[in-house]
Design a protein around this ligand. Sequence first.
Ligand SMILES: Nc1ncnc2c1ncn2[C@@H]1O[C@H](COP(=O)(O)OP(=O)(O)OP(=O)(O)O)[C@@H](O)[C@H]1O
Ligand SMILES: [Mg+2]
Length: 233
Amino acid sequence: MDVQMLKIDKSFDDSGTRRTIFSRTSARFGSGSVCMIMGKSGVGKSSLLNLISGIDLPDKGEIRVGDRCINTMTDTDRTLFRRRHIGFIYQFFNLIPVLTVLENVTLIAELDRTPKKTCRNRAQALLEQVGLWDRRQDFPETLSGGEQQRVAIVRALVNDPDLVLADEPTGNLDQEAGRTIMEMISTLVRKQNKTLIMVTHSPDAAVWADQMFTVADRTLTPLKPMPSGQAHG
Ligand SMILES: Nc1ncnc2c1ncn2[C@@H]1O[C@H](COP(=O)(O)OP(=O)(O)OP(=O)(O)O)[C@@H](O)[C@H]1O
Ligand SMILES: [Mg+2]
């Protein structure tokens, strides 16, 4: 699904003063693309992901995910939309320690009334692809950081989301593990024609990007524009 930000304004109240993080910001993230967001600490990268997922709302403008406008839906619709169409990958993996690998991966999908069998089949296929099916009965703390992040990637994809949002997914991994993770996410995303929007501090990550943006001065600037084949896709 294409994601579009149209003339977004966003400010926060910072103990009495208004801090503007986006001002008339527009951007388009193409379907099937790996899109990287870079920028200094505090410029608003995580806030941007929150706006795209509808966890936070813009003061002005529109966020369109596919053909839906996420900021004008009711709260209930937005929650359901997010659960069905968006997967999340975090810097600190956020796996549930008392659940096994397989339980972690299938929990969210089962919340969404996906039949257990479907869910389990998808989980198996993805865990096999990332080389962790043999570890399905293990608990997260017995896995390495890179392995935990692979589990988190499977969890983000098991519901077959159209859009995957990742906030510094390699921030806690060494360079080698980071590379493995990037290769894995970008392959899965492209093969399944999903859109990945990923915040990263790693200059290395640019290699995997179809589109790249920097956040600075209350706006988003493309460094690597949408490939021309997709410009109208
Ligand atoms: N819910 C909120 N209420 C008030 N201020 C907020 C809120 N969320 C973010 N901010 C402020 O908005 C600015 C941008 O924060 P954000 O977390 O998006 O930065 P970031 O680019 O992700 O930084 P980092 O690279 O350190 O993770 C910060 O000044 C932050 O304090
Ligand atoms: Mg952040």
